[in-house]
Design a protein around this ligand. Structure first.
Ligand code: WQD
Length: 337
């Protein structure tokens, strides 16, 4: 049974990926600092899969702890989620973001090299593109100047991986668009920390009465209804793509490779379309108002998912409505509603 190390596995996408890996018959080991998550998420994964999860509270910055773990297990591949991911926070704390996101990757690569573990799946982001010149965006699009230290840290990490993918490493970078929703069981989901920056957690917290109303940041963009357009993808579809990436690496023994894939639905949805879809599928009259544009927002971005579909034989299974319903079910669960 192939043994996968999942760093940041108590996080939003990491925990959903654990479920899909276990369901696919992989043995998993998880490391997480629990600095931005809680052990109850791992307990949720165990309930969903009826499997005990091998969890270690380890920071990827800790070379000795990683080295000891790699001495204990022979991992077949690593999925590296562990990173800080708030665009807004990164603007306020650039040094922390560069240190955490870049140094943890460098430490992991050093330990992988020492223990001759070659396969790595990296958690990247469509923010590496900035505002693309053409939409839908494919993997050939150039990296523009990142809008935030978060986006810049992902760009730098991808450059490090491209250069590190020498004779032994085989690396896949998955560029997420906008992951939303939660597992249909409502046993795992995105844990809110403070006031949500992201759209869907803000929508569900407003629907739950925690927020007075949603503000739509601008309706004067050059889009059909004036609000920004994004590529919202169900987190379980994102998780399944990671399992396919592991399969892909094991079938393609081409050492010394770095490949990037856009992980999106290929369908652009506006903020107002999402809000109206939420109202439609939940029946909740969501209070919202139109406010000024948010600095740093790009007008329109959605993926061309041809490369990942052709290479992995992967496709999305969930609709926008299902994603929003699952997000709402999770919100109600954590609010005991
Ligand atoms: C989406 C749209 C807002 C909140 C995210 C992640 C980033 C990357 C890409 C993974 C924007 C609007 C939001 C609100 C609003 N993912 N909005 N009112 O900015 O696309 O970036 O996905 O790496 O890490 O941050 O996502 O959810 O913040 O915003 O109108 O209260 O919703 O203006 O147009 P974004 P988001």
């Amino acid at each position: 049974m192939e043994h996968i190390l999942v760093t940041g596995g108590a996080g939003y996408i990491g925990s959903h990926t654990l479920v899909e890996l276990i369901k696919s018959g992989y043995r998993v080991t998880v490391i997480d600092t629990l600095e931005r998550s809680e052990i109850k998420i791992i307990e949720g994964v165990e309930k969903i899969t009826n499997t005990k999860v091998d969890f270690h509270k380890i920071n990827c910055l800790d070379y000795l702890a990683l080295d000891s773990l790699f001495s204990k297990y022979k991992f077949n591949a690593i999925i590296h989620f562990a990173a800080y991911k708030s665009v807004n926070e990164s603007v306020v704390k650039p040094i922390e973001y560069y240190k955490n996101n870049i140094e943890s990757l460098l430490t992991l690569l050093e330990v992988m090299k020492k223990h001759q573990v070659n396969d790595l799946i990296f958690s990247s982001s469509c923010t590496v593109y900035g505002q693309p010149d053409s939409i839908p965006v494919d993997e050939s699009a150039p990296f523009k100047r990142a809008e935030s230290p978060y986006g810049a840290s992902k760009q730098l990490c991808e450059r490090i991986l491209e250069d590190a993918a020498t004779v032994e490493f085989r690396i896949i970078s998955l560029r997420y668009f906008n992951p939303i929703g939660a597992h249909e069981s409502a046993l795992i989901g995105e844990l809110p920390i403070g006031i949500p920056n992201n759209l869907v957690p803000y929508v569900t917290q407003t629907a739950a009465g925690l927020r007075e109303k949603l503000t739509v940041f601008g309706n004067d963009y050059n889009t059909p209804d004036g609000s920004c357009v994004r590529d919202f993808i169900h987190v379980v579809d994102v998780a399944n793509a990671h399992v396919r990436a592991i399969d892909y690496l094991s079938r393609h023994p081409k050492n010394g490779s770095f490949e990037a894939f856009n992980l999106g639905t290929g369908t652009g949805v506006s903020v107002l379309e999402l809000v109206n879809k939420f109202i439609e599928v939940t029946g909740i009259q969501l209070p919202f108002t139109i406010g000024p544009r948010r600095p740093g927002d790009i007008e329109k971005v959605y993926a061309d998912p041809k490369k990942i579909r052709d290479a992995f034989g992967w496709q999305t299974n969930y609709s926008l409505g299902e994603s929003l319903l699952h997000a709402w079910n999770w919100e109600k669960k954590i609010r005991n509603k």
